[in-house]
Design a protein around this ligand. Structure first.
Ligand code: ZN
Ligand code: ZN
Ligand code: ZN
Ligand code: ZN
Length: 263
């Protein structure tokens, strides 16, 4: 005979009403994890879906960058995935860090970075203008009030990284990005800062706009291109896929051009 459990079947015993026991079980479901233990040993970024291990652990990116040689012990990383750790991380979820700004998503540990840096509509960003300390979720109102001349036409200096244009409806804010990644000229592209589309309004659908550039020296020549204009809320790391090439000579003696935008 056991210690007083009588003939109560095992299953019934587990579900019997015992608030104290239930509370204990609830507590046992919650673990606190030190952040460093869930990061790659090499780049110190949170692990994403794939983890490789030879005893030391590395994320997929580092594994490729290090040509599969472990920087800690110099042994090969091989193709050994650390499935147990991957499984643990895949099962870990938490609320999005921008919950207090209104995001209701619960994200997997392995997808949190991607969500919070690129996808979350509630993430606050730094205003891209030099010297401006403003941070916010919807920067378009701030950019419109503080940094725009309220016009769909702007003078862009060759050395300026971008300038603001308003659409003719005076509500949509665009930036003309002035990229230096091409030889003998500049690459101009458009992004739409906001208003960010609401759910169901076609997030990810890029509307086409025409960018028109007049030379600084009042010639009648103009350059133009129609391009899909993506919503971009954060400039760091953004790279335009399509751009209008504006040759060095076009910037004239003033080193500037007049840019405008048409629907
Ligand atoms: Zn790494
Ligand atoms: Zn190693
Ligand atoms: Zn979020
Ligand atoms: Zn600003």
């Amino acid at each position: 005979m056991g210690c007083g459990s009588g003939s109560v079947p095992k299953k019934a015993r587990r579900t019997e009403c015992n608030p104290e026991r239930e509370e204990e079980e609830e507590i046992c479901k919650v673990f606190t994890v030190e952040m460093g233990t869930l990061e790659c040993d090499i780049c110190f970024l949170p692990f994403q879906s794939e983890i490789y291990s030879n005893g030391h652990a590395a994320c997929a990116n580092c594994c490729i960058n290090m040509e599969r040689k472990c920087p800690s012990c110099n042994e090969s990383m091989g193709d050994f995935r650390c499935r147990a750790m991957e499984k643990v991380l895949a099962g870990m979820t938490r609320p999005c860090r921008f919950k207090k700004h209104g995001c209701r998503e619960t994200v997997r540990y392995t997808e949190a970075r991607n969500h919070e840096e690129d996808l979350c509509c509630y993430a606050p960003y730094r205003c891209p203008f030099e010297g401006c300390a403003c941070r916010g979720r919807l920067l378009y109102g701030h950019i419109m009030d503080t940094h725009s001349h309220g016009s769909s036409l702007a003078k862009l200096q060759k050395c300026e990284p971008f300038c603001v244009l308003l659409n003719r409806d005076k509500k949509s804010v665009f930036l003309v990005l002035n990229g230096g990644d091409v030889p003998t000229g500049r690459s101009l592209s458009l992004i739409r800062v906001c208003p960010y589309p609401q759910e169901g309004e076609g997030i990810g659908v890029d509307v086409k706009y025409k960018l028109v550039v007049h030379g600084g020296d009042r010639t009648s020549i103009r350059l133009e291109a129609s391009m899909p204009v993506p919503f971009v809320r954060r400039l760091d790391g953004y790279k335009a896929k399509l751009f209008l090439f504006v040759p060095d000579a076009f910037w004239g003696s003033s080193g500037s051009v007049i840019v405008t935008m048409l629907d």
